[in-house]
Design a protein. Sequence first.
Length: 264
Amino acid sequence: MNDHDVLNGSMNDDQSAAPTAVAPREGDAFGAALLAHHRDGEQAGRHVLERDDGRIEAMSAAGYFADPDAWLPAERRVLDLARGRVLDIGAGAGRFALELIERGHEVTALDVSNGALEVCRERGVSDVYHGTVFDLAAAGPERYDTFLLMGGNLGLLESAEHGPRFLQALEAMAVPGAVVLGIGMDPFDTDDPDHLAYHEFNRSRGRAAGAVLLRVRYRRLATPWFEHLLQPTADLAAMAEAGGWRLGDVADEPPWYLATLRQE
Ligand SMILES: C[S@@+](CC[C@H](N)C(=O)[O-])C[C@H]1O[C@@H](n2cnc3c(N)ncnc32)[C@H](O)[C@@H]1O
């Protein structure tokens, strides 16, 4: 083998055949990154966010473990706005759950990632639920005063079809007067050419401009591809109405916003 072979990746005897790339194994890549950060430090938890146009972004997990003084001001406001019993949806490493428990709230941390919930438990969140809001709503008579969708988790609304169903599942678990507190992002508040091209790519295939198809990569693991919706607050207002909620206060922190949804 000479330098030329190495550059072409042909390290086997058959000089004409390219080596076969091994696909990542599907699994809980995000949870594995959180666990690695928790146990072995920031370097160990570095992971990659991959979008379906081929764009990748190197990520640290540190933000998911950060104390409130490092949060966005809009995120800190949530600590005062939360009331009563709280469902932290997509709780991650539990940064909101832990702060709210310290302030005397009963909090359930819900996540589809077993690794994330293991980190939550190890950090002191005892009430965890593995599954989606649909699973929890179907499972029983749990009722909550506050639903959290933090860290951009308004993106879990996914699409104009899925969002109202998601919000109806929360409605089924809501006590009268309950609120949804969610952080979202306006996809149009950008001049990044990659993002602008992605909006066009989406439009060309009949998808909403702010729809994002993503997966998380960690070492040799990849999550399944998942939908994440970025939408301006005007679109969120329409979706909230279709799901039985009403958009209340919005705290802008461009490109992010904190939205409060109230029961109709
Ligand atoms: C960006 S992280 C945000 C974590 C946390 N809320 C925070 O602000 O630090 C998104 C979290 O949502 C979880 N997640 C993704 N899809 C979900 C779904 N359909 N239902 C519940 N959790 C989900 C992920 O496993 C991950 O822990």
